[in-house]
Design a protein around this ligand. Structure first.
Ligand code: UD1
Length: 336
């Protein structure tokens, strides 16, 4: 296990997923956490542990200095752009931040002798997997620039490790949703596009309706199917990945999902159940870049990291997402 005093750099640690990981690292007793976030989409208040440094991962001098002064042994790299349709409209923004800035970070890590790297990748690297289910060895054929920008970073990590760079765990996230069950932090990203977030915003009256993008997909009810994973379970996978690397484990690429999917209609029905009132649902055309079905084969992460999800329950995911949205609406949480 990694020493509790080991320096850990968390890029994007003030963002939605990064902040949940920082919380769990802090709760686990890690004392030397450095969070590098440009606060473009993150929030100062989301950082419950460690030292927040406001800056950019593309800033090589800054990153190099941080790695040295804090004697960083492990880097968890969350900072990225993540919105599929935006990546279709503005691909260079995605290659710039998700690929080029990651390259800079990797160079700094290599030069500073960082030992371990945990990388936030995405199910979008698979594109449209056969049968809608992706295994880690399924072909990687992204259908949007977001997926391509992340896949290139995976390749850099792999090649750098071969050349003596950090050992790594690549975590390919499926659809992350929900918030801290204790309600301290949550999904407050401005201009959110995620289905559960949008539905929760509508439920509290921040939006007039929630749209279904596409009802003519080749899926059981015609709407897109995704593997929704609670952010707390996802965060736990990062701690397990660090343990694996610190114990001398080899570099790994792992899916992070539950292994079963829900359609857009099923997610909205769950949100209606926990909301206790119907939503105003409007059917719209397909959104560019969306695959019909994207579900994880999630057996490898359970087997290799001993990861066991605690919140594999769609209603619970929606409940925590809605609770956080209500807190924002009441002015009792950051974001809005
Ligand atoms: C999300 C992630 C992406 C990841 C992917 C893996 C973000 C911002 N996106 O994208 O990084 O690669 O999961 O599967 O973290 N939908 C609606 N109405 C809405 C919003 C969405 O019908 O208002 C539908 C979409 O068309 C899709 C499903 O809901 O079928 C999920 O969409 P969304 O929540 O935006 O996530 P992904 O695009 O799958």
């Amino acid at each position: 296990m990694l020493d509790k005093d080991a320096g850990i750099l968390i890029t994007g640690g003030a963002g939605y997923i990064g902040s949940h990981v920082v919380k769990q690292l802090g709760e686990a007793g890690y004392r030397n956490l450095v969070i590098l976030d440009n606060l473009g989409k993150g929030f100062r208040q989301a950082v419950l542990y460690g030292e927040l440094v406001v800056g950019d991962t593309a800033d090589r001098e800054r990153v190099s200095r941080l790695l040295q002064t804090h004697r960083i042994q492990a880097v968890l790299h969350f900072a990225a752009h993540t919105v599929v349709p935006e990546s279709v409209a503005d691909p260079l923004k995605y290659y710039g931040n998700n690929t080029c800035a990651t390259r800079n970070l990797l160079q700094c890590c290599h030069e500073a002798g960082v030992k371990y790297f945990v990388f936030s990748s995405t199910a979008a690297v698979y594109g449209v997997p056969e049968g809608g289910v992706a295994r880690e060895d399924s072909p990687t054929t992204p259908i949007n620039p977001y997926g391509s920008s992340k896949l290139m970073s995976e390749w850099m990590l792999r090649d750098l490790a071969e050349a003596g760079g950090p050992r790594y765990v690549v975590l390919r996230y499926f659809n992350v949703a929900g918030s801290d069950p204790e309600g301290r932090i949550g999904q407050s990203t401005p201009g959110a596009t995620l289905l559960t977030k949008v539905a929760a915003e509508h439920a509290v009256g921040k939006r007039d309706f929630v749209a279904i993008f596409g009802t003519d997909y080749p899926t059981p009810d015609g709407t897109g199917v995704r593997d929704y994973i609670h952010v707390e379970d996802l965060a736990d996978a990062h701690l397990k990945a660090l343990d694996h690397l610190a114990a001398g484990g080899e570099s790994l690429t792992l899916n992070c999902g539950y292994g079963h999917g829900y359609s857009v209609r099923e997610v909205l029905a769950a949100m209606e159940r926990v909301n206790g009132a119907p939503l105003h649902i409007v059917e719209k055309p397909r959104r560019p870049g969306d695959p019909p079905t994207l579900v994880a084969d999630a057996s490898r992460i359970r087997e290799l990291l001993g990861w066991t999800p605690r919140y594999d329950d769609l209603d619970f995911i929606c409940k925590t997402a809605l609770a956080w949205e209500r807190k924002i609406a009441a002015g009792a949480a950051y974001g809005g």
